[in-house]
Design a protein around this ligand. Structure first.
Ligand code: ASP
Length: 763
């Protein structure tokens, strides 16, 4: 490898490169090239902290270097965090649909990010009582609000079921048959597992099928809103500051999980009582300091650390640019609708926020992949791998073809990718069409015996599907939905002749000329008729249709149901293509990864896949670019300094007054004489880690993860010791806000945090 390539590796240490000893870091040491020289990519004065790389499955704790972690500040035995078969403190960390959260009291009080509870806050808002604008505090349990679809997953047990899943798999299956075999086994395992009372099970696939892990969980379905700051604090800085440092967002919300009187999971109900978790975290009002060890627990969603150069190129040149293009237009439409029709603003608020978040993410991803020159670095790694494989005849025999077969397969599957991309988003874009697809697919699958149905459409999924259909009402605005569908129809018209969605072309065919007509007037006309002829915008009607048989739906005159039925062949074919791809990757990725594991040695961790993970890291700053060093803490004074009085830098007056009066309660950090708001560490995180509890060496909660820095968005493709920084809310500002601004002493008491006598304004 040439020196330039080595320097790049030193500045962007991929998981695999690190395992090889690339930009590996030791406590207090500066990073070195592989040739032992200092790198030039960070200020000389700042020592690089021990690497925070790795989102480790909890089961990996058994094999981890406990002594090394003690030396870094761990004060607990790893077995106390999690012991397979027994559990441990980690059980206080829970999943929250796309996010993470954790228990902080005996009475089921949970803490997560404001943005993770955004939809629940939005669904409780009205123009007269807009909780996104005002924030919320329940002064008693009776005042806590229905979370409208929030669900908490408490992890109970993991077990490796790889052998069971793969058992009896013939070698000559087609990819579709292969994935059907895998799914069949997974469904059997899940069924057996769910025979235990109140247990929700899932087989989680690691690295496309390198390993299959059965996760047993308790699903709590009555989750209520307890306290949230207004959005002007919860996402202070808005999209200007999103994915950026320095950051001053108070991105937190408190929730509470409820169960029925027997202690069993139940839907929202007035007689339910608070859930008593087996474990909860102690909240530590002392916070944390620079260079301290932190641990993050949570459910990171997806990483692609072991992807090929081909996949990185595809991400850089196609996937993320597609997202940028679609999301920008979509946001523009929803924002314009909100301007024009103010009643649409609340229902679409969470969608707009999510799209903006995704847009900035996609832009940062492109910038990061380019900056790291990741495609050519992956090519370089591949050359090394080829040399290694061919240096040994046995390796050559076993793995010589794996990489090329995988890439050839991926390449063949790029055909039709634009159509598949648009199809996927079409069903999310028009919520009403999405409802119609769920209802028709549910009816269609119900014609089969339960064990033969598509995963996600079995009897075990009935309640969740119906609850999603009902809860969506509060996030629906018909004009916004119509305009989004217009956007998608217009985009679908750009597809080449052999990739078109026939049902859409038919719908837009002029009855006289028999030509398809995608002109704006024709599309508008069609969408108007479509929405005029459907009742799916109505919650009760959706519920009724959800219980209809397939024949009844076929006979229905509902225009949206009819469109979903006309689209069925195309949507089913799209589903089969997805399945076939999963089958293909289950055949081709695991052997390729086995070779990488053997080549690189022990430090392998599976890609994130929404299963529970733990990361060990250090509180530390970073250098985003030449000549700049970012320190790892921000403060309330910094928050006030940023205020302009205009969105997104317009905090509530009482907050600015309290800061001005230096009314910091007991939460000021001695060194700074100020309350820390956010902090950084080098923890390995990704989407889904939002709301992850951040623990000190004793296992006490000192913060909440909520974001990464811009330079680390591309970290999904490779951990970088220089730039991999995650952004967390400091628990001290949470406690300060609850006590000084809200006067919520009852919550501090519940968390056993001693509150000073209430002071300052109340809510
Ligand atoms: N902001 C992200 C989330 O919402 C966290 C991340 O990607 O780092 O999950």
């Amino acid at each position: 490898m040439n020196t330039l390539a080595m320097r790049r590796l030193a500045c962007f240490g991929l998981a695999l490169v690190l395992a090889q000893g690339g930009c590996k870091t030791k406590s207090g040491h500066e990073p070195v090239h592989m040739d032992g020289k200092k790198t030039s990519c960070r200020p000389e004065a700042e020592p690089l902290s021990p690497s925070g790389e790795g989102m480790w499955p909890w089961t990996a704790l058994e094999q981890m270097d406990e002594r090394g972690l003690f030396a870094r500040g761990l004060k607990l035995r790893l077995a106390e965090i999690w012991t397979p078969g027994e559990g441990g403190l980690a059980r206080a960390a829970v999943g929250l649909r796309g996010c993470s959260a954790s228990f902080v009291s005996e009475d089921g009080l949970l803490i997560t990010n404001h943005h993770c509870a955004h939809r629940a806050i939005q669904r409780n808002s009205t123009p007269e009582r807009n909780l996104l604008e005002q924030g919320f505090l329940a002064r008693s349990r009776a005042e806590e609000l229905d979370g409208h679809g929030l669900k908490v997953l408490v992890f109970q047990k993991h077990s490796d079921v790889t052998d069971r899943v793969l058992e009896g798999m013939a070698g000559d299956l087609s990819d579709l048959e292969r994935i059907r075999h895998i799914e069949k086994r997974e469904k059997e395992i899940v069924k057996e597992c769910e025979a235990k009372p109140d247990t929700r099970c899932e087989v989680s696939r690691e690295n496309d099928g390198l390993r299959y892990v059965l996760l047993e969980k308790l699903e709590l379905r009555d989750v209520r809103l307890v306290a949230a700051p207004p959005e002007s604090l919860g996402s202070y800085g808005g999209e200007v500051d999103n994915w950026r440092w320095p950051r001053h967002s108070m991105d937190f919300t408190l929730l509470r999980a409820y169960v029925d009187r027997e202690g069993k999971p139940a839907e929202y109900g007035p007689d339910n009582v608070p859930y008593h978790p087996a474990e909860h975290f102690q909240v530590c009002a002392d916070g944390i300091s620079q260079d301290d060890l932190v641990m993050l627990l949570g459910t990171p969603y997806h990483t692609a650390r072991y992807s090929t150069a081909f996949e990185v190129r595809q991400a850089l040149e196609w996937y993320y640019p597609m997202r940028v293009s679609l999301f920008s237009e979509w946001i523009r439409i929803l924002e314009a609708t909100c301007q024009e029709i103010p009643e649409s603003c609340i229902p679409t608020a969470s969608r707009v926020r999510g799209l903006n978040n995704g847009l900035t993410n996609a832009e940062g991803m492109i910038a990061g992949l380019e900056r790291a020159n990741l495609v050519s670095r992956k090519d370089g790694e591949h050359k090394e791998w080829v040399d290694w494989v061919h240096a040994d005849p046995k390796r050559s025999e076993r793995w010589g073809k794996t990489h090329d077969e995988l890439v050839r397969y991926l390449d063949e599957r790029t055909k039709g990718r634009d159509r598949d991309f648009l199809t996927r988003y079409l069903l999310r874009g028009s919520q009403v069409l999405g409802f119609a697809r769920t209802i028709t697919k549910w009816a269609s699958e119900r014609r089969k015996p339960d064990e033969e149905r598509e995963p996600g459409f079995q009897e075990r999924d009935r309640e969740n599907l119906l609850s999603d259909l009902k809860q969506a009402q509060r996030s629906l605005h018909i004009t916004a939905d119509k305009r989004t569908l217009v956007l998608f129809l217009t985009r679908l018209d750009t597809l080449p002749a052999d990739e078109r969605l026939q049902a859409i072309d038919e719908a837009l065919r002029d009855p006289v000329t028999l030509e398809t007509d995608f002109s704006p007037a024709s599309v508008q006309r069609y969408v108007k008729t479509l929405y005029a002829g459907t009742t799916l915008g109505d919650e009760a009607s959706r519920e009724a249709l959800f219980n209809s048989s397939f024949a009844e739906l076929e006979a229905s005159e509902d225009t949206m149901i009819q469109l979903a039925l006309a689209l069925k062949p195309a949507l089913d074919a799209w589903n089969d293509r997805k399945k076939e791809r999963e089958g293909g990757l289950a055949r081709l990725r695991p052997p390729y990864l086995e070779s990488l594991i053997e080549m690189r040695g022990a430090r392998f961790y599976p890609d994130a896949n929404a299963s529970p993970r733990i990361a060990f890291a250090t509180v530390t700053g970073y250098s985003p670019r030449d000549g700049v060093w970012h320190t790892p803490f921000t403060t309330l004074t910094g928050l006030a300094d940023k205020a302009t009085g205009e969105e997104p830098f317009d905090p509530p007056r009482e907050v600015l007054d309290a800061i001005k009066a230096r009314n910091f309660g007991t939460y000021a950090d001695e060194k700074r004489d100020d309350v820390p708001v956010c902090f950084l560490s080098n923890s390995d995180t990704t989407g889904g880690n939002s709301g992850s509890p951040v623990l000190d060496g004793h296992g006490r909660l000192v913060g909440l993860n909520f974001d990464r820095v811009y330079e680390n968005i591309a970290g999904d493709f490779g951990y970088n010791p220089e730039l991999s920084r995650n952004v967390m809310v400091d628990v001290r500002v949470v406690l300060w806000y609850l006590e000084v601004i809200l006067g919520a002493g009852h919550l501090l008491q519940e968390m056993h945090v001693s509150a000073a006598p209430p002071s300052g304004a109340s809510h």
